[in-house]
Design a protein around this ligand. Structure first.
Ligand code: EPU
Length: 421
């Protein structure tokens, strides 16, 4: 087993370069299933989840070449891919569910193991299922699998999502591009990753209007063609570096970032006392004083991202004053707070609210990362804790942050990966 050993104290100074977004690339890889032939995806982050998705696509009959160093994945999709995604891969990565829409759209059937809950909550699939049913699929759940069948193809429909779910928007979208007729997705998610997949689908020949708005209109086409697509930069990794600069009193330039995808988070850092400078290819965040506490309310995009909530709780834990953090997406995301408390943070939670009272110092201790973003939050807290913090569960961090330790070290952090018994 491995862990990260972090010795706090050093301000992070220097430059980092982003790669593509985890939460986009996995869906782009699934979207490749919609067209026979070879699709190339670029700016692919070197993370474990990409390997798991590559393995899933191979099991479905695709040939997948992954040039991890070059950040390129080439997926050659056969005329008749298999339509079964087994539990052994789905359980390793919940995002595997994103093959459901493309498989039923292209093959008229999908048999995908249902991912269980995870450490950030139960995470339902009801809106995915409801959307496919509205498009004429028969969907049943048997022996831990979702079986979706539409032997005569999906049919365009009006799909109103109860909540602008990222995953459900993607499932319906990938079903709709090959459906007969028009599909309207109301209350659709508007995340930059949704715009990214729409852009890729359009380059494959899909007809989509309202991209980036809450009403997406899709005119189904008979076939799509393979494409060559560059993944949108990872706004959550960018935001994590921004908080890393602010919490350590450092000065970090993030290259290859789209600052406009992070407007609220960067604005919050300004309120906390940071200087944020927009650059032609990214942004710079510098902080020269103790941060001031900032209230956070997580919401679907363009609201404050839940995936930056733990990092901002870490910031508030060493800020002047108190902050109220409200989590509206994932009920169990505050589990991480108990680990932060081991470093001396003063955080009280009640339902989906957390009250964080800032302290001048945290104190290093062993802690356990329970999910990707909790892991990032704990490493950031470790960077400002006295002494040594050992972050266990480093596998979670590896799922979302490519080359995290070398990048931290290049900025001056005292961090190393260690083997633990
Ligand atoms: N939900 C339902 N029913 C559904 C779908 C969603 O109840 O059919 C609920 C979920 O349980 C959750 C809320 O709706 O409470 C939001 O879920 P959403 O579908 O928007 O999220 P997701 O697609 O499961 C993606 C990212 C998450 C990110 C969220 C929100 C991927 C692989 N995951 O999840 O990323 O937090 O959108 O932006 O794209 C992470 O990277 O650490 C991460 C958890």
């Amino acid at each position: 087993m491995e862990a990260l050993r972090v010795r706090g104290g050093a301000p992070l100074v220097g430059e980092v370069r982003l790669s593509g977004a985890k939460n986009s690339v996995l869906k782009l890889m699934a979207a490749a299933l919609l067209a026979e032939g070879a699709t190339t995806i670029r700016n692919v982050p070197d993370i474990l989840d990409v390997e798991i998705m590559a393995e899933l696509l191979r099991r479905l009959g695709c040939t997948v070449d992954h040039d991890a160093a070059g950040g390129v994945v080439r997926i050659d999709v056969p005329a008749q891919p298999s339509h079964r995604a087994d539990y052994d891969l789905v359980r390793r990565m919940r995002a595997s569910i994103c093959v459901l829409g493309p498989l039923v759209a292209r093959m008229g059937a999908a048999d995908v193991a249902v991912p269980g809950g995870d450490n950030i909550g139960s995470r339902g699939l009801d809106m995915h299922v409801d959307g496919l049913r509205r498009m004429g699929a028969e969907v049943t759940s048997e022996h831990g699998c979702l079986l979706a069948q539409a032997p005569d193809g999906l049919v365009g429909a009006r799909v109103w999502l109860d909540f602008p779910s990222v995953g459900a928007t993607e499932t319906v979208l990938m079903g709709a591009v090959l459906a007969r007729g028009e599909t309207v997705i109301d209350n659709a998610a508007r995340e930059p990753e949704i715009v990214d997949i729409c852009t890729m689908l359009v380059s494959m020949g899909a007809r989509i209007e309202g991209i980036g708005t809450s009403t997406i209109v899709v005119h189904g086409v008979d076939t799509l063609s393979p494409t060559d697509h560059e993944t949108v930069p990872d706004r959550i990794v960018a935001g994590t570096w921004a908080v890393a600069a602010a919490i350590t009193g450092g000065d970090v330039t993030v290259r290859g970032a789209h600052g406009e995808h992070l407007s609220i988070a960067l604005e919050k850092l300004v309120v906390a006392g940071a200087t944020v400078e927009t650059l032609p290819d990214g942004f710079r965040v510098a902080m020269s004083e103790q941060p001031r506490a900032v209230d956070i309310v997580t919401l679907p995009y363009p609201g404050f991202p839940t995936d930056l909530q733990p990092q901002f709780i870490a910031l508030n834990a060493v800020a002047a004053g108190a902050a109220l953090v409200t989590e509206n997406l994932f009920e169990a995301r505050f589990v991480f707070v108990q680990e932060l408390a081991r470093l001396g943070a003063d955080v009280r939670t009640d339902g989906h609210h957390a009250l964080v009272r800032g302290r001048e110092r945290l104190s290093g201790a062993p802690v356990e990362a329970t999910d990707i973003r909790a892991g990032a939050g704990l490493v950031l807290a470790g960077l400002v804790a006295d002494g040594c913090t050992t972050v266990y569960g480093v596998g979670h961090i590896d799922r979302g942050y490519a080359g995290f330790v070398p990048a931290l070290r290049s900025l001056g952090a005292d961090v190393e990966r260690i083997d633990v018994p």
